[in-house]
Write a protein that binds this ligand. Structure first.
Ligand SMILES: Cc1cc2nc3c(=O)[nH]c(=O)nc-3n(C[C@H](O)[C@H](O)[C@H](O)COP(=O)(O)O)c2cc1C
Length: 337
């Protein structure tokens, strides 16, 4: 049954009154059975969009297969999540086959279906275009272009450059997509997921505003992307516990992208800066440290263009993904009424 809504993302009307979605990476994985169980658990829970992926062109087992574990740590006492999952996913070919069915299931549960696409080669624009071709007519409502995964390694075991931290290259890749699909960019709607400006110390975070300004300018210049998901994880840092003891991940260097409640304040600050440069007609999906109804409400209060919030950490640290979404929904409804 469809419920009335006043939530809209880039012109797409969303159902219900809980402005939240699962962030990419929360429903994914190299095994289809586990992926489907997570998807079903989440679609039954409160939320506006079911986001699957990030998907890559090849099937990817992820870093656990290559380097062993652990590739994920959540330190409850500091609120820091570290991950170096390395995009484990079924690959574009299998996604292409199952997306129509996932779309029907999402729609039956009053949710839109989103798919996040992650390029891993040195030609991200061409890779996005290849993947978009394959998911375009498959019932998907939202295509999110992931320009920010820090956990992909080259053949020398060095982390690859994060596209959204090189705004000129980001602009070139997005322009390639726009020149191929420009006429379609409102149906499905297109979003771009960016990385935040790097920080080295979350207790005393300093960041370079210039890079954020350049990211916004790249999006503004193109003008056709409906929303920006702001933002992905802070690039590779070795996990530390509350006593500063290192708990390295199994990947080269031992580090992973940082997210979770520890990044909430700096992400609030960066989102404000980002939005001060972003064109008025581009919406934002907030990401980074939203693990409570209160934090969700705070992020939405930054600006009316922040339409929904998203999280991985809040869903993964709960007993199940659906339970995590339900908890935030209950907290949010007590605050927002
Ligand atoms: C385990 C894990 C896997 C992730 N995988 C992806 C991914 O595949 N694509 C993507 O765009 N972001 C990915 N992210 C980033 C999240 O979508 C999100 O932006 C980030 O974790 C900040 O939110 P949080 O503080 O609620 O975790 C991942 C994060 C985590 C923790």
């Amino acid at each position: 049954m469809s419920s009335a809504s006043n939530i809209e993302l880039a012109g797409l009307e969303l159902s219900g009154n809980f402005p939240f979605m699962n962030a990419p990476g929360s429903i994914n994985g190299a095994g289809e059975e586990g992926f489907r169980l997570e998807f079903m658990d989440y679609v039954r829970a409160p939320g506006t969009i079911a986001m699957v992926g990030s998907v890559t062109i090849p099937y990817k087992e992820g870093n656990i297969a290559k380097y062993g574990g652990p590739v994920y740590q959540h330190i409850e006492s500091t609120g820091a999540t570290y991950n170096s999952m390395g995009l484990p996913n079924l690959g574009i070919e299998r996604y292409e086959q199952i997306l129509p069915e996932l779309a029907v299931i999402a729609h039956d549960h009053d949710k839109k279906l989103g798919v996040s696409l992650a390029p891993i080669s040195d030609n991200p624009g061409a890779e996005w275009n290849q993947m978009i071709e394959r998911v375009m007519e498959k019932g998907v409502d939202i295509i999110e272009l992931n320009a920010g995964c820090p956990n992909v390694y080259n053949e020398n075991n060095e982390p690859k450059t994060v596209l959204s931290l090189v705004p000129e290259a980001l602009g070139v890749a997005l322009e390639q997509v726009q020149s191929r699909f420009g006429q379609h960019l409102t149906s499905p709607i297109f979003g771009v997921k960016l990385s935040p400006a790097p920080v080295s110390d979350f207790r005393n975070p300093e960041f370079n505003e210039k890079i954020i300004q350049k990211q916004a300018e790249a999006i503004n210049y193109l003008g056709l992307y409906g929303y920006v998901a702001y933002a992905n994880t802070f690039g590779g840092q070795v996990p530390i516990d509350e006593n500063n003891i290192e708990l390295p991940l199994s990947v080269p260097g031992g580090g992973g992208g940082v997210s979770g409640p520890i990044v909430a304040d700096v992400m609030n600050d960066q989102t404000e800066v980002f939005m001060s440069y972003l064109n008025e007609d581009i919406d934002v999906v907030a990401s980074g440290g939203i693990s409570s109804g209160e934090e969700l409400n705070k992020r939405l209060s930054i600006d009316s263009r922040v339409k929904i919030g998203s999280s991985v950490t809040a869903l993964w640290k709960a007993p199940s993904i659906g339970a995590g979404a339900t908890k935030i929904a209950e907290e949010y409804s007590r605050i927002a009424g």
